[in-house]
Design a protein around this ligand. Structure first.
Ligand code: GLY
Length: 395
């Protein structure tokens, strides 16, 4: 069924590309994005060789992070995606090298971010090498991740810091993909069961009537809600752009993995919120928060756009009328691939995209490149070309 829809959507996309840019020009634009990414990733991998960590962002100055940082898996993941898109063996060697730096993190139980850290890196390595070692790392990391689920609460605890009793953030939806994989690989349903329960309870407590989400929901020890609010958004009741992307991508993935229709309906509701929001600018790259008070002067968040584009490409393959999602994602991707967001070769500290927002309330990483913007951009490029029936290594 999914394959069938993939084909239909791909075919429809070829026949009705929707926007004014001709089909061939769109491929040229994306091809240029891949070319820039290959250059930037190659330079960055060589430059950071002597460091122990991973490049994360650029502002106010270059930020290198250790394996325990939540973003540590994205640079290795981007190297893998770069290899998958180009077949460049140097990128593959660099990807293996940087992935290896994350080896020890599988045993780390101090965060919920293990899915980001391990599945974006070792997940791609396993996909490419089909090696048992990567699979073992992913399964071990999944064990560490589910150790953070208190059965009385039923959710994976996100953070061990802050004012909350038991904080769970919308971003956590992204870590569930690794758990679904671990159950498929081992045949043990325990990982998947935790993921499903987490997704179900999050759907009830994180979302508002209009399908926008809170960033942080904290729970009491008996599983009742302690508070609903934000950490990285503009306000407790605002719609932080990347959070909407995490939810959209996360519930789309949950439907892919379970076939449970309620996840698909939920993902579509989030997509409608994003696509029809009056604060969305003409080029569709969202402001960092849909309720930022200084729109249209507020900075855009390319990372949110990249996450949304990748999620929407997948969503377009899972519904009968997926063309609207494909078209929207395509517009996001083409804009991200334009000079407005795509860095010129040799600039931007080796990152691929410019203009993301990390943590506005902390005045941290504002209007900067971010390694996760690059990762989801490259994933969106890969999904786009697949839907268009194009082997990226032939363009
Ligand atoms: N997971 C943290 C963030 O999206 O910034």
């Amino acid at each position: 069924m999914k394959k069938h829809l993939h084909f239909l959507v791909g075919l429809t996309a070829l026949l009705a590309v929707g926007c004014s840019t001709p089909t061939d020009s769109k491929i040229e634009i994306v091809k240029r994005g891949i070319d820039h990414a290959r250059y930037q990733l190659t330079q960055a991998a060589a430059e950071f060789d002597t460091l122990a960590g991973f490049p994360r962002s650029l502002m106010p100055k270059f930020k290198e992070v250790a394996p325990k940082d939540w973003t540590s898996g994205f640079f290795p993941g981007s190297l893998w995606l770069g290899y998958e898109l180009t077949g460049d063996e140097n990128l593959r060697a660099e990807a293996e090298k940087y992935t290896k730096r994350l080896e020890g993190i599988q045993f780390y139980k101090g965060t919920h971010d293990l899915g980001f850290m391990v599945f974006c890196s070792f997940g791609h390595q396993q996909l490419n090498l089909k090696d048992e070692h990567s699979a073992e790392v992913i399964v071990e990391a999944s064990k560490s991740l589910i150790s953070r689920c208190d059965p009385k609460v039923g959710l994976i605890r996100s953070w061990d810091f802050g004012k909350w009793n038991y904080p769970v953030i919308i971003d956590n939806m992204m870590n569930l993909e690794m758990l679904f994989w671990a159950s498929k690989h081992t045949g043990d349903p325990v990982y998947r069961d935790v993921a499903v329960r987490h997704a179900d309870i999050t759907m009830v407590n994180h979302f508002r009537e209009d399908a926008s989400s809170y960033h942080v929901v904290s729970y009491n020890n008996d599983g009742t809600v302690e508070s609903q609010g934000t950490f990285q958004g503009y306000a407790d009741d605002s719609a932080w752009a990347r959070g909407q992307g995490w939810g959209l991508y996360g519930y789309t993935m949950c439907f892919r993995e379970t076939g449970d229709r309620k996840y698909l309906d939920h993902a579509e509701r989030i997509a409608q919120f994003v696509m029809n929001h009056p604060a969305t600018p003409e080029d569709r790259i969202p402001y960092w928060d849909y309720n930022a008070p200084d729109i249209p002067a507020a900075p855009r968040d390319a990372s949110a756009a990249a996450v949304m584009a990748s999620g929407l490409f997948e969503l377009s393959t899972l519904v009968e009328d997926g063309q609207k999602y494909f078209d929207y994602a395509e517009q996001l991707l083409l804009t991200l691939s334009s000079d407005k967001y795509l860095a010129a070769k040799g600039t931007n500290g080796g990152f691929v995209l410019m203009h993301s927002v990390g943590h506005w309330p902390a005045t941290s990483e504002i209007d900067t490149p971010l390694n996760y913007a690059d990762y989801y951009y490259l994933e969106a490029v890969s999904r786009y070309l697949k839907l268009r029936g194009i082997d990226p290594r032939t363009i």
